[in-house]
Design a protein around this ligand. Sequence first.
Ligand SMILES: [Zn+2]
Length: 341
Amino acid sequence: MKRALLLGLGLVLFGLFGFSLFLRSYTSPAVDPAWRVEGANGIPQSAVTVRYTGTSTLLFSDGETSWMIDGWFSRPGLIELLFGEIEPDLEAIEYGLAQNEVDQLAVVIPVHSHYDHAMDAPEVAKRTGAMLLGSESTANIARGWGLPESQIQIAQNHQPVQFGQFTITLIETRHFQFPNPAVAERALGNPDIREPVIPPVPALDYRLGQPYAVHVSHPLGSWLIQGSAGYIQGGLEGYPSDVVFLGTGGLGTQTAKYRETYWDETVERVGAKRIIPVHWDSLTGPIQGPFTGPSRAASFLSDDGEKNLSFLKAKGSEDPALRFETLPRYDPVILFAPASD
Ligand SMILES: [Zn+2]
């Protein structure tokens, strides 16, 4: 009798253990496999290339000048995010930069100051000699990490800055608006970081700061990076772009009207036909190996991914001229090839 009871208890524990592993496993990301492009074999000299790490971390290069959006490689786990403190993971940063095959950058630009965009940028700037360009809040993250003032540049709304042949303009925008008011207040309320941030700190100490859309023009083409799925009505007027790197995280949890307006104010407003979705992968998934979607536990709580995917697919079938692309991890993809002569 006692043995049967122990056996029963053992089975229950084993089941619970298995179930918790299952909940912590990852779903596949909500992107269409047909959108996937492969890394280029052989890159023509002076082509503009892009490499993707995940979330909205992107590396652009024309062979002469390289620079990054966000430069985020640490992947703190759910427990640390919710109940603990976080800090840059130096090994992950070293690994990420090596996978991107870069040791010199002109500039690193966090699109806003949340941890998944700005936390690692000061260390990336330290290691690559880059300028760190962003809001006052981002500057305080850099100061807390000991990045010299000579490497910190405060962004001026609509003021283009030149790095090599890249003309980069930061345009004030809004963060994705969380539909849950309590979440919105926690993540977006009281946005400014007024003092240097010295990690380890709770994840939410990386306050929002000023979010930016980033417009880039280069002799070979133009593009826009909208890292977070927010918008300001008319904010991107006058920034025509061939390509949009379109932040989609959370979009599926918003109303259909929000999604439509976001699309109109971003993709339609700049007239892009080539769309590269970003920020669709897990924030806690590993930094190496294939991209993952949210953990199964998170996917039970939200159908964000599927809703967002069907929205984008519907856009694609409305306009056959649109081209969706998802980037491989770390491998360079040609964004613009030089005109052959
Ligand atoms: Zn954010």
